[in-house]
Design a protein. Structure first.
Length: 312
């Protein structure tokens, strides 16, 4: 059964993507991509350069028309749906503002499109980020322009916020500020952010769901807490060296032997793994959590992917 077969039409789901395809001349950007993104989740989208992340977000935002497949947001197609697009804000990797405009002028423009635009939020955030809303945006640095775009996006209070490498170029303090703001926006406005980024460590801090795009398709789509709770690194030593076969009662993903030390990545609940290891009476063992980056590298290696090309 493919991921396409498992995706069900359900208007309770914020976004349903089924069999999505998009090409540009002879370049295939997306091929049979399918996933479901629940309303109110913070969804992290990762993948190598050229994996189709930007195309995926632009299709979700209704900027591109799919070649095949469909996108339903709350049960409705998004392309050429003006009413639905008023609930979506897309922050592209390249910042665009009207020539010679300042933040206040851009705020006035967005207020004509987004009925929930909050000037109170706008001025609160400009003060928080220490940006002068009357200063021309063309005089801002690239990082300041990204901050301005984020402020305008949050002030629009959309139901769906699509971010394409939005946090790249932000200084650490500003990045942490944005990371703190997004969960509040989700709680207060029931917003659903989708964040495309190469920074797995950053996504690990803020996202509750992760999807991996590779070669135009969605390879993984997993809840982050269950993903991290279901796979562990084990280091254990015995009086005599063990072979991989000695761990056949565990779901071993990868195995490495260094003398009497066995290093494994094991799939399964921590308590079950802990109990099985103790029964083997090791001289020493420790059960270690994996980072999000380590998990995806491991999973991709199992599937035979070149992880250096995939992640970096």
């Amino acid at each position: 059964m493919t991921m396409y077969d498992t995706v069900q039409d359900n208007t309770e789901n914020a976004i349903v993507v089924k069999g999505l395809c998009k090409s540009f001349d002879k370049i295939v950007a997306l091929k049979d991509a399918s996933t479901v993104i629940q309303r109110g989740s913070i969804f992290g989208l990762i993948g190598s350069n050229g994996a189709g992340k930007s195309t995926f977000l632009r299709l979700l935002a209704g900027i591109y028309r799919p070649d095949a497949g469909e996108i339903l947001i709350d049960g409705k197609p998004v392309y050429e749906n003006e009413e639905l697009k008023q609930r979506i804000f897309y922050i592209s990797d390249d910042q665009f503002f009207f020539p010679n405009s300042n933040m206040e002028e851009m705020a006035n423009y967005f207020a004509t499109i987004y009925k929930n635009f909050s000037y109170e939020q706008f001025y609160h955030l400009t003060e928080m980020f220490r940006l002068d809303p009357s200063r021309k945006l063309s005089t801002f640095s690239k990082g300041m322009q990204k901050q301005a775009h984020i402020i305008l996006a949050l002030s629009c209070q959309p139901d769906f916020l699509f971010c394409d490498e939005t946090f790249d170029g932000l200084e650490p303090v500003m990045r942490q500020t944005v990371n703190r703001l997004l969960p509040y926006a989700v709680l207060d406005n029931r917003m659903t952010p989708i964040i495309a980024s190469h920074n797995l460590r950053e996504l690990e801090d803020i996202c509750d769901h992760i999807g991996l795009l590779h070669q135009g398709g969605v390879v993984f789509d997993r809840d982050l807490s269950s993903l991290q709770g279901d796979i562990h690194k084990v280091q254990c030593a015995f009086s005599t060296a063990k072979a991989r076969e000695d761990f056949a009662h565990l779901d071993v993903v990868t195995y490495e032997q260094r003398g009497n030390l066995s290093i494994l990545v094991v799939r399964g609940h921590a308590d079950a793994t802990d109990g099985a290891l103790k029964a083997m009476e090791p001289l020493y063992y420790e059960l270690l959590p994996l980072t999000l980056e380590e998990i995806f590298i491991t999973e991709m290696e199992v599937l035979g992917y070149d992880t250096e090309q995939l992640i970096y």
